[in-house]
Design a protein around this ligand. Sequence first.
Ligand code: ZN
Length: 254
Amino acid sequence: MKKTATLSTAILILLLLGCAAVPRTTLAEYDAEYPAQEPAIAEAAKPDMRPMIALTFDDGPSEHTDSILDVLKRYGGRATFFVMGYLVETWQDTIIRAVGGGNEIAGHTWSHRALPYLSRRAIIETIQSTSAAIEKAAGIPSPFFFRPPYGMISQRVVDVSADMGYAIVNWTLDTWDWRLRDADLVYDAVMRAAAEGDIILLHDIHRTTAAAMQRVIPSLVAAGFRLVTVSELLQHLYGGLEPGKIYGRRIMAE
Ligand code: ZN
């Protein structure tokens, strides 16, 4: 009985000594033991540093817009749609869906008339009525930039835009999709030339462009690009958009 008690006490003392003798786990050892947690935490806190590209789609919406929204959603991309004012009400569901997916809806005027040949009053009217239609359909304010039809501007268009508080957003890369009308050729046109900071001109009224996007969007993402809206890109590049300023190609009417 006494012997057992003594033995128990001895074991207890040994155990206590043993515990005290175990050195503290160092941070390096802890990291080695739980390596999986470290990158996961670091990854979540890290800002997205992928080079940006802004895909832009003009002249719609149309029956082809939804398939572009589908593939954008599937690959975590966003785009900007420069819509026609007269089409907004008809395609309200598509516009709501686009906005819900983080895409941007901006105006491309009401009916695609070349702005340099319009009066000051008419320029204001076509821009304002399109913004109002977007706001009504989407339930959110239209951004303070637009794309002139044919990208065409004049000093009057620039002055009116500045007075209205709007920036002018053209493109840095023209894919010629409206003329090519071939999904493979449109795919090649984008993939051959697309680079960081590009604003790419496309048209979601063509079946062939929508078909090309089914391959272009996954390929750009696989190539390491982040597909963002015009606002996101210009915020990143210039800290925002300036009224009356032209972003992308400058196409002055004679
Ligand atoms: Zn257009």
